[in-house]
Structure formats: C-alpha cells, structure tokens
Design a protein around this ligand. Structure first.
Ligand code: SAM
Length: 217
C-alpha cells in the first residue's frame, strides 16, 4: 500500500513541471501521451475523402516566395504539402509537441525539403517572427488554443502587410472532431473580428469543417 501511495505521489510530482509550463494542458492530451497513435490518425489515408487536402492547398493560392506558418502542424499533413510550393519561401511548422516536430522534421529531411522549419510553439504563443509571415494556416487546432484573444494579438503581430490567416476547423455539429471542444463558425468569426481582423474569404467545400480566411482590418 505504501509503495502504491509513494508511486502515486511520484507520478503526480513528475507531472508538475509539464503542467506548470503549459497550464492545464488544454487538449487533454492524447497527443502528449501517445504521439504515435495520434500521428496514425492524422495520417490515415481515408482522411483525404473529407479533408480534401489538395483542394485546401489550392484554395490558399500560395505564392512561391511566401512564408507560411502552419500552427498545430502535427505530423506535417499540410506543412509537407506547402513546402514544395514555396521554392523561394518557407514553411514554419509550429507545434507544442516535440515528438510531432521531430517527425515533421524527419519527413521533410527525407523528402529533401530544406525550406521547412520546425518551430516549438508555446500553448499561448506561436513564437513567429514579428512581421515575417504571409500566410498563417491552422487546421483542426484552433479549438485547442486557450486565451485566443491574446493569441490573436501575437498572430496579428506576425503578419506581413496584406497577410492572411486561414482557419480550418470542425463545425460544432460535425460528427468528427473532439466531442466537447469544437467551436462554432460564428464564434470564431466573432473572436477574429473583435481582435482586429475581417473575414476576407470563406470556402465551403469541406463537409465537416469551416474554412475561413481573415486579413487584418
Ligand atoms: C488535431 S492535430 C492537427 C494536426 C494538423 N494540423 C493536421 O491537420 O493534421 C492538433 C495539433 O495541434 C497541436 N497543438 C495543440 N495546441 C497547440 C497550440 N497551442 N499551439 C500549437 N500547436 C498546438 C497538437 O500538438 C497537435 O499536433
């Protein structure tokens, strides 16, 4: 019994620095506990049927010299698709998970992509260069971010003049995505608008997600 109690205390103490660093880990946190199975679900080939990655990438109309940040890049589902389109630019693959960043870095190196840079973000800060990014993209991640008003100030500071922020995330009533964390489209539009952005475009070809594009107003 004493051994079990000691083990519990040790486990609780061992978890402390992570919680102290990130606050209460907002997404639960399968990605931290089991990154391998999490990556498998992100990489599932069946995902393409509803995620429509080629259409999403085409809709962004990236330019060869763009600097693109993918916030919550995960295993690189989108970041690895962006990199070849940016021969004079680069992709900043931002994630709070080091195993995810290690994997996206490995995949980029294996594919000879030298313009993909893994960036360890903070839960409350994407750690992007000030005024250095043309397109900030985030897929299935916005609902994970806590303190989004403050976060948006950092996002805005990172944009180059004319820069865009594209948000793809699950509709609240979609059967996909985390049951209790999804954000309604209108709530996302509202939080961007009250933080100095305007809705510049919207794509409606995804069956389960909204795809919103904002510019600084
Ligand atoms: C559902 S996955 C999406 C991955 C990728 N965008 C995709 O579509 O395959 C969410 C990712 O966001 C990351 N994440 C969670 N909170 C984050 C935050 N505050 N900043 C950056 N990344 C975050 C997680 O580690 C995870 O890799």
């Amino acid at each position: 019994m004493r051994t079990v109690s000691a083990l519990l205390v040790f486990t609780a103490l061992a978890a402390l620095p992570v919680v102290a660093q990130h606050g209460a880990a907002p997404h639960g946190d399968r990605v931290q506990r089991d990154p391998v199975s999490y990556m498998k679900s992100l990489d599932d080939p069946a995902r393409a049927a509803w995620q429509k990655p080629d259409e999403v990438v085409a809709a962004l109309a990236l330019k060869p010299g763009d600097v693109v940040a993918d916030i919550g890049a995960g295993s690189g589902y989108f970041a690895l698709r962006f990199a070849p389109l940016l021969p004079q630019g680069r992709v900043l693959a931002v994630d709070v998970s080091q195993p995810m960043l290690d994997e996206v870095g490995r995949r980029a190196t294996a594919a000879g992509m030298r313009n993909l840079v893994p960036v360890l973000g903070g839960f409350d800060d994407p750690r992007l260069p000030a005024g250095g990014v043309d397109v900030i993209f985030t897929c299935n991640t916005w609902h994970h971010i806590d303190g989004r008003d403050a976060y948006l100030a950092r996002v805005k500071a990172a944009l180059r003049p004319g820069g865009r922020v594209a948000v793809v995330d699950f509709h609240k009533d979609s059967p996909r995505g985390p049951a209790n964390m999804k954000l309604a489209r209108a709530a996302v539009v509202d939080e961007f608008q009250r933080n100095g952005f305007r809705l510049a475009a919207e794509h409606t070809f995804l069956p389960d997600q909204y795809f919103l594009v904002f510019t600084a107003s």
